[in-house]
Design a protein around this ligand. Structure first.
Ligand code: SAM
Ligand code: SF4
Length: 340
């Protein structure tokens, strides 16, 4: 008997296997970082957001189609009401073995409260965004954040056994002088560290991106004044490349979407909190999953087909460019909407 084999893999037109989904569960946040949001943001009405049940259904379909790593992000994912129910529910895919990793990116403001529970639901690693360890500067960058609360969150995460990676946005004239302080601090606390170049995402009010932009080439040159830098071959399918500081054995990630093209090995897609599937962070293309989810409450086949159709349109790469004096490839969505 002939049995048709249905592929449980998502492969895009450039032969890249899509195994990583980043899902934004809210556009809201308790901070207002200067590179991410303007101070008076208008957030989406609740009915626009996917419910936790819809998120669960959609993410589970993705997992059944071959997604192995799920990163929960936002906005600030831990300010979404009842978000622990979502983590708890997704942990069944870890238990079944279908999902290899469940993780999140957070500003850590709520981690003191949730770290233990996250660990119980199978989260092993967490990315924490922190650009400075100076309290006044922290208040300036995040506008509404308090460093002490975040430091308590980080401690709670480590106490719960979570591996912490610090993500720092490299900001010209803002945290440039903290390069070595931050690097040492992470080494002392045995936390990984990744620097990110500021990206042209969304309207951020009066702030100026070109003024914020500090090229990681310059940051790396600065590091090399004090350390011997070894380039590591390691690839994650993402935008980071890695270096090692020989003297401290510390591995440092550099996310350089603007000066380094990582697209050829891209393995990811992103889902916004409103259920729009973005095949590429740096392009405007999107596919509306919310409509289909709501139209077919008990039939998953049209949703699977919509996912496959969207992946078949995944573009080759992004067009970000900070060349000369203007920012091009600017994307109208804010990062808190798509999820960083
Ligand atoms: N609120 C959480 C946090 O801050 O970790 C998760 C969402 S946040 C949008 C995810 C990441 O995006 C953070 O590391 C943040 O620093 C980064 N980010 C936000 N806006 C950015 C921009 N314009 N360029 C580069 N990174 C940005
Ligand atoms: Fe909030 Fe994260 Fe954006 Fe900062 S970077 S405003 S913490 S969503």
């Amino acid at each position: 008997m002939f049995i048709m084999k249905i592929s449980k893999q998502l492969i895009d037109p450039f032969e890249r296997a899509i195994t990583y989904l980043r899902v934004s569960v809210t556009d809201r946040c308790d901070f207002r970082c200067v590179y991410c949001m303007s101070e008076n943001m208008t957030f989406l009405p609740k009915k626009e957001l996917l419910t936790l049940e819809e998120l669960d259904r959609l993410c589970s379909i993705f997992v059944n189609q071959g997604i192995q790593k799920l990163r929960v992000t936002g906005g600030e994912p831990l300010v979404r009401r009842n978000i622990m129910d979502f983590f708890k529910s997704m942990s069944r895919h870890l238990i079944s073995g279908a999902l290899k990793e469940l993780t999140l990116t957070t500003n850590a403001s709520q981690l003191e409260r949730f770290a233990e529970e996250l660990a119980n639901y199978g989260v092993k690693r967490v990315n924490i965004s922190l650009d400075t360890i100076d309290p006044d500067r922290f208040a300036k960058i995040t506008r509404w954040g308090r460093l002490s609360q975040v430091l308590r969150g980080i401690e709670a995460a480590q106490n719960a056994g979570l591996r912490v990676k610090i993500n720092s946005v490299a900001l010209k004239n803002i945290n440039e002088d903290e390069l070595f302080t931050l690097t040492n601090w992470c080494a002392e606390k045995d936390m990984d560290l990744t620097f990110i170049e500021v990206m042209p995402m969304g309207d951020i009010g009066n702030e100026n991106r070109l003024e914020q932009y500090w090229s990681l080439k310059d940051l790396e040159a600065e590091l090399s004044r004090k350390y011997t830098i070894i380039n590591l071959k390691e690839k994650t399918g993402g935008p980071a490349r890695y270096i090692k500081l020989e003297e401290t054995n510390q591995k440092i990630g550099l996310i350089t979407p603007l000066s380094h093209n990582f697209c050829e090995s891209c393995n990811r897609v992103r889902l916004t909190c409103t259920g729009q599937l973005h095949q590429c962070l740096g392009q405007e293309d999107e596919a509306d999953m919310r409509n289909i989810l709501r139209k077919y409450p008990s039939n998953d086949l049209p949703i699977i087909q919509a996912i496959k159709d969207a992946i078949a349109l995944k573009p080759k790469g992004h067009d970000f460019n900070y060349s000369r004096k203007k920012v091009s490839g600017n994307i109208s969505r804010n990062m808190n909407h798509t999820g960083g």
